[in-house]
Design a protein around this ligand. Structure first.
Ligand SMILES: C[S@@+](CC[C@H](N)C(=O)[O-])C[C@H]1O[C@@H](n2cnc3c(N)ncnc32)[C@H](O)[C@@H]1O
Length: 291
């Protein structure tokens, strides 16, 4: 569910902010040599469940926390380098310049949003979202699509291995035409790909199609809310969607698929992996750039 190492190294500035937040909280000294469960640590910090999962994964990746038998503790490295009042500590150096940015992150981690803060996505008719602001929404949609363009072919190849003869596929929360096009190439018997997205996301799918002059002959555009109802298909692709929603919200999307899917159908869930080790530096670097 969380992006873990992938995320940490993708966004170096967030890793740096996380480190300064740990220092600001005095977490190293607060925990000392204790081992604590996920829930104990989350409650101590007052973070939301989603924030705790992401941040604890990030702090493991950064070797600040280690996880063993369901419990977290501070690593020896962090104890030696990030604690208070010990000669080996670099805390004063690494904490330099911390300020409003750390306070801002802590507010987010506690789920303490300003009254006028907008969610990125939402249900149809549930109020304004960031995606209703066209300029920033375009940047987000095209940014995510540049990633989709590069994972589309391996994703389609994986689907083709399991269901080579499928005739219909639905890309739920499609965001771009690239997965649909890659699937049409990888699955020769595919007749139609249905792209499902809200109108505020679908407009950019059409912009991408126009820019790339892509063929839409086998595409079916289902503009609507995936919390409401979904079209029937043999294969469903849900890519980079789970991490946007709470488990109970994601379950509602899955239930909508279950209601209409073919009994022998397939659901392909594609999410960033929580990796704790890499096979090589080259693999790490490719993941960093998502090549
Ligand atoms: C994080 S993006 C993922 C896009 C694409 N699947 C990918 O892997 O890059 C989430 C997508 O879900 C769409 N979305 C968000 N809320 C939705 C809703 N309630 N109904 C349908 N689509 C929604 C967004 O517009 C966006 O295109």
């Amino acid at each position: 569910m969380d992006a873990g190492k992938f995320y940490a190294f993708l966004r170096f500035e967030e890793a740096s902010l996380a480190l300064r937040t740990v220092l600001h909280l005095g977490l190293i000294d607060q925990l000392g040599k204790q081992t604590v469960s996920h829930d104990e640590l989350r409650e101590t910090l007052g973070w939301t469940e989603q924030s705790a999962r992401t941040m604890f994964a990030l702090l493991q990746v950064m070797e600040i926390l280690e996880h063993d038998a369901g419990h977290y503790r501070v690593t020896e490295l962090a104890a030696n380098c990030l604690g208070d009042g010990i000669p080996t500590s670099r805390k004063p150096y690494l904490a330099m310049g911390s300020g409003d940015d750390v306070d801002g992150l802590l507010q987010v981690l506690r789920g303490d949003f300003a009254d006028d803060a907008l969610p990125l996505y939402g249900e149809e008719n549930a109020g304004e979202t960031v995606m209703d602001h066209v300029d920033v929404a375009r940047e987000i949609a095209f940014g995510l699509a540049s990633r989709a363009r590069n994972f589309a072919a391996p994703l389609a190849a994986a689907v083709a291995q399991v269901a080579p003869g499928a005739k219909t596929l639905a890309d739920i929360g499609a965001g771009s035409p690239y997965v649909a096009h890659a699937c049409l190439q990888a699955l020769p018997q595919l007749q139609t790909v249905c792209l499902v997205d809200r109108a505020n996301g679908m407009q950019f799918v059409h912009e991408m199609i126009d820019q790339q002059q892509l063929d839409t002959g086998q595409l079916d555009f289902h503009e609507g809310d995936f919390f409401a109802a979904l079209p029937a298909a043999e294969i469903y692709v849900l890519s980079n969607t789970a991490h946007d929603w709470k488990p109970e919200e994601y379950t509602r999307i899955a239930d909508n698929i279950r209601k209409v899917m073919d009994p022998n159908g397939l659901v392909c869930i594609h999410e960033p992996l929580l990796l704790t080790s890499w096979n090589s530096d080259a693999e790490w670097m490719r993941a960093l750039w998502m090549a």
